[in-house]
Ligand binder design. Structure first.
Ligand SMILES: [Zn+2]
Length: 417
């Protein structure tokens, strides 16, 4: 592919959008005056033959793309074509960057789709035998899917042991000891008291006393209602890494007044953390399988559930049972409603309210993004109908939610005009 086999090709820090790739290049790169791909000036860069960079890139290709998207034998476009531009991996201005140089570099990294050794991930599954590789975001781990589908028809206690076996297979990868210093944010709709200013002639000014202390903490057991990770009368602390995520997660309405406050950790915690902070533990086919399982857990835990689909809470509640009985004190995962992370703490007493951190805010504006879904015409005659009515709409609601989450994570893909 290369015009001159002796000439070293590079990716620079400005070629990438993914923070872990940028950090890797900044950390170990060499100085380059002008990047031949993105034309960034005075940058750090790594050779495309760098073994770690190559392995990371291949794992990211697998993470965000499925083979049907990038295998031209099964109707896809080449990786070089799909990836040229702005996406989860690269940040290339297509009017400035050199597409030919880029495609040659990607082609070199993807060479060897079916690696003979266990040093890097495969990019092909053997399509001639009908096997295609899927992005972990396109296809739930089949063992996990089976259990979650059964959870809507089988009592939860029947499923605890099979789910435990799956959790144990990824336990080491998601275990995170947090000894101290975790500060979390909580939000609660409403406020304690409202005051109006005396003697105002035009209009009225208000001041508020927010909920604070135990009134913004985990609810008492006697009044605790069912939540995503708790059955009724179980008190857990739901919190977030930042105020805006905490507010988003309670889903306030525009104009609603919300109390917020901070909590600080006072006891060491063992958390099951499902966010992927680094691709590096998953650079081979075998370890990539574990990544798939972790992402499957994460997708099912974090999909937003509408009020009319609340029986789906059975699934995260079942996961919480297993994780708690494995000795964990809580769960952490990325929010789908905001940029931060969510925490579910099984022992609320591990956190103390930070005196004076309480505040009141009003929700000015919510922004909803919608996309059209297929509509079946009511006029179709039975003989010509390609659609079958779903026998269990709850199970398909779960599939639909996961599909929605998938689109959000993977983003739009480059299409030929
Ligand atoms: Zn560059």
């Amino acid at each position: 592919m290369r015009e001159d086999a002796d000439e070293v090709q590079y990716f620079c820090e400005k070629c990438f959008s993914h923070p872990e790739l940028i950090a890797e290049v900044k950390d170990r790169g060499v100085f380059l005056e002008n990047c031949p791909i993105c034309h960034g000036l005075n940058v750090q860069a790594l050779s495309i033959d760098d073994a770690t960079l190559r392995r990371m890139l291949r794992a990211f290709f697998r993470l965000y793309f499925s083979e049907f998207e990038y295998n031209e034998h099964v109707g896809g476009e080449s990786l070089g074509f799909i990836l040229f531009g702005k996406n989860k991996i690269f940040d290339l201005d297509s009017s400035i960057a050199n597409e030919g140089e880029f495609e040659a570099a990607v082609s070199s990294v993807e060479s060897g789709w079916y690696p003979p050794s266990d040093v890097e991930v495969s990019l092909g599954g053997g399509y001639w035998d009908g096997a295609l590789l899927f992005s972990p975001y396109d296809w739930l781990d089949s063992e996990i899917y089976k259990i979650f589908a059964r959870s809507l028809t089988t009592n939860y206690y029947e499923l605890i042991e099979p789910l435990r076996a799956l959790f144990i297979s990824i336990r080491a990868n998601v275990s995170r000891q947090v000894t101290s210093d975790l500060h979390l944010h909580r939000a609660r709709k409403g406020f304690d008291k409202r005051y109006s200013a005396r003697g105002e002639i035009v209009g009225t000014s208000y001041a508020f006393t927010p909920y604070s202390g135990k009134f913004i903490g985990a609810p008492p057991i006697s009044t605790a209602v069912e939540g995503r990770f708790n059955r009724a009368h179980i008190s857990v602390l739901y919190a977030a890494s930042d105020e805006s995520t905490a507010v988003s997660e309670i889903r306030p309405e525009p104009g609603q007044i919300v109390s917020v406050g901070k909590f600080k950790q006072v006891k060491p915690l063992l958390l099951a953390d499902f966010s992927i902070s680094s691709i590096k533990p998953y650079l081979t086919d075998a370890t990539f399988q574990q990544l798939h399982r972790i992402i499957s857990f994460d997708m099912v835990l974090s999909v937003p559930v509408a009020d009319d689909a609340r029986p789906i809470y059975l699934i995260p509640q079942l996961v919480a049972d297993v994780i708690r009985s494995e000795g964990f004190d809580g769960i952490a995962f990325d929010s789908t409603l905001s940029i931060g992370r969510n925490y579910v703490i099984f022992k609320p007493e591990a956190f103390e309210f930070v005196e004076g951190s309480e505040a009141v805010c009003v929700v000015n504006k919510l922004q909803w993004k919608t996309s059209r879904l297929p509509v079946r015409s009511a006029k179709i005659s039975k003989e010509n109908d390609d659609w079958v009515e779903e026998p269990n709409t709850l199970a398909s609601t779960l599939d639909g939610l996961i599909e929605m989450h998938r689109r959000r994570v993977k983003g739009a893909r480059r299409e030929r005009p």
